[in-house]
Ligand binder design. Sequence first.
Ligand SMILES: [Zn+2]
Ligand SMILES: [Zn+2]
Length: 149
Amino acid sequence: MPEFTPDFLAAQLRAASVKVTRPRLRVLACLSRAASALTHGELEERLAEGEGGGLDRVTLYRVLDSLLECGLAERTLDARGVYRFLLSSIRAAHAAHAHFHCQRCGGITCLEQMVAPVATLPTGFVARQVEIEVRGLCVNCSPVGGAAR
Ligand SMILES: [Zn+2]
Ligand SMILES: [Zn+2]
């Protein structure tokens, strides 16, 4: 996993030909510290708690748009149909293993012991992404999990 210092994040913006602005750096820093992909609302909350206070909704939308457009960030739909945002570099690090998506709380857990297989494709096909996703109930949401703790 790369180290996400402010200098590193600014260099990433420059490398993606995106102007380095304070809101962009703050959103990148927030995403780089997140253990899993964040929803718009979660990002808003974390930014509001951070140094410099919250970003208004429109600014946050614009920042996320520019980060998605330049490829630094990606978004996925979670089990509840809500968009979650994450850094592409973090996504790449997570691409090597499977993930568990909880269908009740929407939480995502790394299953590092489940390694993604190498895609075997017909001639002419190009794999861009292989994802293994297990859906169900996490330990906090399943009745079995609650009893086991
Ligand atoms: Zn859950
Ligand atoms: Zn992971």
